[in-house]
Design a protein around this ligand. Structure first.
Ligand SMILES: C[S@@+](CC[C@H](N)C(=O)[O-])C[C@H]1O[C@@H](n2cnc3c(N)ncnc32)[C@H](O)[C@@H]1O
Length: 176
């Protein structure tokens, strides 16, 4: 049996960015270089793909070649754009313990993970104006933007100051 595709009215292109997560969907959405440069420098990015087109930190932990970046010891100022989906808040829990650095995550403020591992401990959350244009591993950008807004999370005043000095458009909220 062949599936019928209406050529005059094709389904929207799927890019794994706004679609339901499956074994085939990717966790690799790269931070734009301009954002890294505005917020950096960073000592460590604990979760990077095996190859990526630009540097995010002095030390980049490449997965899976170097093993799990969540189980290793983190040192210095960390940039964290963690794997998406169910694992995000395990990384945010470790980030809250480490404190030094900046995390970039979806601003899914209604989730338990966001309440337990961001609102409960962050010094400040910076809600970005406009959607971040994440990149694929080859540096290209999907046609459609991400499904959710993004925010930066900081646990130290030094990192809050660097966000405010970055020139990145957004609004700072200090959880009470
Ligand atoms: C959202 S991407 C961020 C990539 C890069 N850090 C950046 O900001 O552009 C998350 C990355 O985490 C990697 N990753 C997934 N599980 C990991 C693990 N257990 N340890 C380290 N990295 C992991 C994926 O390969 C993916 O490249």
């Amino acid at each position: 049996m062949t599936s019928h595709v209406d050529k005059a009215n094709p389904p929207p292109a799927r890019d794994n960015f706004n679609t339901a997560r499956t074994e085939e969907t990717t966790n690799t959405w790269l931070t734009p270089l301009a954002l890294i440069q505005a917020l950096g420098p960073f000592d460590l990015d604990p979760c990077c793909p095996p190859v990526m087109p630009w540097r995010t930190a002095a030390e980049m932990h490449h997965f899976p070649d170097m093993g799990c970046g969540l189980s290793r010891e983190w040192s210095g100022r960390v940039f964290l754009n963690p794997p998406y989906g169910e694992h995000t808040f395990r990384w945010m829990r470790k980030f809250a313990e480490h404190k030094h650095g900046i995390a970039l995550i979806f601003a899914r403020t209604d989730t338990k993970g966001f309440h337990d591992h961001v609102f409960s401990s962050a010094r400040a959350i910076y809600f970005l104006k406009g959607r971040v244009k994440f990149h694929r591993e080859d540096g290209s950008c999907p046609k459609n933007g991400p499904a959710a807004p993004s925010c930066l999370v900081a646990h130290t005043e030094e990192d809050v100051a660097s966000i405010l000095a970055s020139g990145i458009a957004g609004s700072l909220v200090r959880p009470s």
